[in-house]
Design a protein around this ligand. Structure first.
Ligand code: PLZ
Length: 450
């Protein structure tokens, strides 16, 4: 296996000439609907470095949107995948099964929150996992309504578009959307009227009153929540909100679905973000980091709920593909043996003081939030003005990109700069990435003061 030197190297401008050449072919071959945040064409990758076709080495602060938690081309993933590809590539678990599917379900049942008996089913993408969690919840409860939150992101398929909050780019002119999906107010401390303390006191009651009045508890099959919202802006609900939600769901026979597609598998410093408040969801959706870069997703939940579905009711041709299962088993082994939950907490400890020092100098940083290696800053006009500043956010992103740092933004208002480094990146690489980010932030702010 080729190891990739863990340093940033700029040989050309970013993107370089070969990337520009490839990108010119994109318009003629790829649907215009599929966009690229940074048109640098990758040739190789390892740990926290992406090597492009021009020989540039970029620091990765995005992990392919929270996927390469174990690092890109992680050795245990590569080895297991290589062996599996040589053995067999597909049978379809619904036709002739194989042990790797069972092993991954056993791992999911053991690792997800709660000591109760669990069952799992495997799928190909986060959206597909969410769809299936909702199918199971409706089937089990005999109810139809599903409640999702403001700022939620759950995918791009028809049902998950309905669950996703943001119109542009995800939903714009793609309707009609699936029915019986209701939106409820999110516990968003930074933007709660009266601020974070009031949010902690009020947000759950506001949520519960809303569902009571507009949906009716008895009609609700499930509430789906990202324990830390991802695409919507790395929004961490006020302390206690998720625990109160858990209790309320139990009281009303409503299933709590934790969408841990982005937060799961060590990203937030625990195996699952629900654990932070000792919350045990009825169903958990997983994908992204679980597969170490290969497409695999799961729904894991209470055995009585998951087993209530009739035989043949769940499935799909590729769900739990053996190569993807092998990759996931290699990723989980890596997380365990390298204690990547602890590593995520160490990443938080490395990032937070740097972000706090920057915030002390720049009022444009309105909020710093997140957990583990899922951190973000929300950018505003500054000096007491909480108006979102997506222009500043995008400019900082472009400046980072030009300097060979792959960064992502998010947020309903496009004004959240997020950090999702691979947990395989060493401290020196993370520090260098932060140097690049800080310099970019300073340069952009100097050009357009608050
Ligand atoms: N649930 C919480 O974060 C995927 C989407 C990127 P898929 N988030 C990245 C984009 O613009 O498409 C996500 C998520 C949560 C579900 C999903 C959906 O997962 O694997 O992209 O389908």
């Amino acid at each position: 296996m080729a190891t990739v030197d863990q340093h940033r190297v700029l040989r050309t401008s970013i993107p370089g000439p070969r990337s520009i050449e490839l990108h010119a072919r994109k318009a003629a071959a790829v649907s215009a609907g599929v966009s690229t945040g940074l048109p640098v064409y990758v040739e190789r990758a390892g740990g926290g470095i992406l090597v492009d076709v021009d020989g540039n080495q970029l620091i990765d602060f995005g992990s392919g949107i929270a996927v390469t938690t174990v690092g890109n081309a992680a050795p245990r993933v590569v080895e297991r995948v290589r062996r599996q590809v040589e053995d067999f590539t597909h049978t379809c678990f619904m036709v002739t099964p194989y042990a790797e599917y069972l092993e991954l379900c056993e791992a999911l049942n053991a690792l997800t929150p709660g000591e109760h008996e669990k069952r799992s089913a495997l799928f190909n993408s986060g959206a597909e996992a969410v769809e299936n969690a909702i199918k199971v919840a409706r089937h089990h409860t005999g109810r139809q309504a599903v409640v999702a939150f403001d700022h939620a992101y759950h995918g791009r398929t028809n049902l998950t578009m309905a669950l996703t909050a943001k119109s542009m780019p995800y939903k714009h002119r793609f309707g009609p959307f699936a029915g019986e999906v209701y939106r409820a107010p999110m516990s968003y401390p930074f933007r709660w009227p009266g601020g974070p303390a009031d949010c902690a006191k009020e947000s759950f009651d506001v949520f519960a009153a809303h569902v009571h009045a507009q949906v009716g508890e008895d009609n609700v099959a499930a509430v789906i929540l990202e324990p830390i919202q991802g695409e919507g802006g790395f929004i961490v609900p006020a302390p206690g909100f998720v625990a109160q939600l858990r209790e309320w769901c139990s009281e009303h026979g409503i299933l709590l679905v934790a969408d841990e597609v982005q937060t799961g598998f060590c990203r937030t410093g625990d195996w699952f973000a629900s654990e932070h408040e000792q919350v045990v969801p009825d169903l958990v959706t997983t994908a992204k980091g679980m597969g170490g870069g290969l497409p695999i997703a799961g729904v894991t939940g209470r055995a009585d709920v998951m087993d209530s579905v009739h035989s043949g009711g769940l499935g799909g041709t590729f769900g739990g593909n053996p190569v993807a299962c092998a990759a996931a088993l290699g990723a989980i082994e890596t997380m365990r043996e390298e204690d990547l939950c602890a590593r995520a907490r160490a990443v938080e400890a490395l990032f937070l003081p740097r972000l706090q020092a920057l915030a002390a100098r720049f009022p444009q940083i309105g909020d710093i939030r997140g957990r583990g290696a899922m951190l973000a800053v929300e950018l505003v006009r500054g000096a007491g003005d909480l108006t979102p500043d997506p222009v500043l956010t995008a400019a900082v992103g472009r400046t980072c990109h030009a300097q060979g740092l792959v960064t992502l933004t998010c947020g309903t208002y496009g004004n959240v700069f997020r950090f999702l480094p691979p947990l395989a990146a060493d401290d020196d690489l993370l520090r260098e990435g932060l140097d690049v980010f800080e310099a970019a932030f300073e340069a952009v702010c100097a050009a357009t003061p608050a």
